[in-house]
Design a protein around this ligand. Structure first.
Ligand code: UD1
Ligand code: M6R
Length: 371
């Protein structure tokens, strides 16, 4: 049921304040005193000790689910102190890459039925790793075959393009980082700031969704382009990959997410006055590096669209030569949840304006159950 929306993708983008609320329900506990802020993931509580003691955490997934894990990787590394590596399920299988008994392998999948992810799960089980699932589908193959896990509880996702599952996956993995990190004194202030940020996140998502018309206007401007680059780094490298995936998947426009730190190692050659480039430059520890990326793209006459934190337009684009997308500021590890939303809206409007099928892009299936 699409309600008053024209498409499922549109509905699912706009219901993110509610889906995120459901994802967090009963799992974030804020007592009377500030000291009692905690996270409770029922499915993991008996396994946290094993995870903390593991030699490595390996995230495994495909497509958007892989991108969600990539967005959560920095906070998991920071709070757990355990090395975190990333595997695209098919690539792990192609290489028969090493997975050890001392590893915790975390399988991220909206459907819980993706063939490559399931085969990688079997492979990790055979190699003796602790296997954890993060899925949206109760009773799915991944939920059944992992040792333990967390349901993201985002509600059914119908549109082939994953939107609300992505943001709920990131939130679950941020909660996972908090749960694994435990209650060390050195992390206390950081942990509390993240929990407060999580409580407030649905409101901030509501705020950024108000940019719908602005993103439609931007889509009108980009409707006939051949290509769109998205530059991100740090917490928002994943946002660049995921934004580009949305654009190519539904709007059928070539788009590439680029790690901004790699700019001078090749991508800079593409920059001219015609190619549109989105630069993600919201406030975090990488902000000044992104400011310098913007200056260098600007010096090559790049056609820039800069996403920045509210009030930062002048600091990212002094010459007023670029288009600005201003988003609310949240705790750095939660910023990917906010930053992807204008890009989801952009992909949606581009698709509708270009006259393509939003909910069922050509050649794609919601659940990829064959290799
Ligand atoms: C569970 C109940 C929820 C109830 C809550 C009350 C289910 C599905 N969930 O939620 O309805 O309101 O208790 O305390 O009945 N699991 C895996 N692999 C996965 C995902 C989950 O093995 O990929 C396992 C978990 O380890 C856990 C079970 O499935 O044993 C349920 O997981 P989850 O729904 O996340 O647990 P709760 O949030 O505690
Ligand atoms: O169900 P899964 O999360 O395992 O699916 C993984 C990918 O097939 C999926 O995310 C795909 O990339 C989406 N269509 C992207 O929007």
């Amino acid at each position: 049921n699409k309600g008053h929306y024209d498409h499922y993708m549109q509905k699912e983008i706009h219901e993110q304040p509610e889906s995120l609320t459901t994802t967090m329900r009963g799992r974030l506990i804020r007592g009377g005193s500030s000291k009692s802020k905690t996270v409770l993931l029922g499915g993991l509580k008996d396994h946290l000790k094993t995870i903390r003691r593991s030699r490595r955490i390996v995230f495994i997934g495909c497509g958007t689910s892989y991108n969600a894990a990539l967005a959560a990787r920095p906070i998991l590394e920071e709070l757990s102190g355990v090395p975190v590596t990333m595997e695209i399920a098919s690539d792990l299988l192609d290489r028969q890459g090493p997975i050890y008994r001392e590893d915790t392998a975390i399988f991220v999948s909206q459907s819980g039925e993706t063939a490559d992810t399931l085969l990688a799960l079997q492979y990790a089980l055979d190699n003796g790793a602790l296997c954890v699932g993060i899925t949206n589908t109760v009773g799915s193959a991944i939920a059944r075959n992992t040792h333990c896990g967390v349901h993201i509880n985002a509600g059914a996702e119908i549109g082939v393009a994953s939107t609300k599952a992505y943001t709920s996956q990131i939130v679950v993995m941020a909660m996972l980082a908090l749960a694994i990190g435990g209650d060390t004194i050195s992390n206390e202030a950081r942990r509390e700031a993240i929990i407060d940020g999580l409580f407030d996140l649905p409101n901030k998502v509501r705020e950024v969704l108000k940019q719908d018309q602005e993103m439609k206007d931007l889509a009108k401007l980009l409707i006939s382009e051949q290509s769109l680059l998205v530059f991100g780094r740090g917490f928002n490298y994943a946002t660049a990959l995921e934004g580009a995936l949305k654009v190519k998947e539904v709007a059928l426009m070539h788009s590439e997410g680029i790690l901004a730190g790699e700019m001078k190692h090749g991508p800079l050659a593409l920059v001219d006055e015609n190619l549109p480039i989105i630069v993600l430059a919201t406030r975090d520890a990488c902000f000044s590096k992104q400011q310098s990326v913007i200056q260098q793209l600007h010096a090559r006459k790049g056609r820039l669209i800069v996403m920045c934190s509210k009030g930062d337009a002048a600091s990212v684009c002094p010459a007023e030569s670029c288009r600005i997308i201003e988003v609310p500021h949240v705790e750095d590890c939660l910023q990917p949840v906010i930053n992807i939303i204008p890009l989801q809206l952009l992909a949606y409007h581009l698709t509708v304006l270009r006259g393509f099928n939003v909910d069922q892009p050509r050649n794609l299936a919601k659940s990829v159950t064959t290799q």
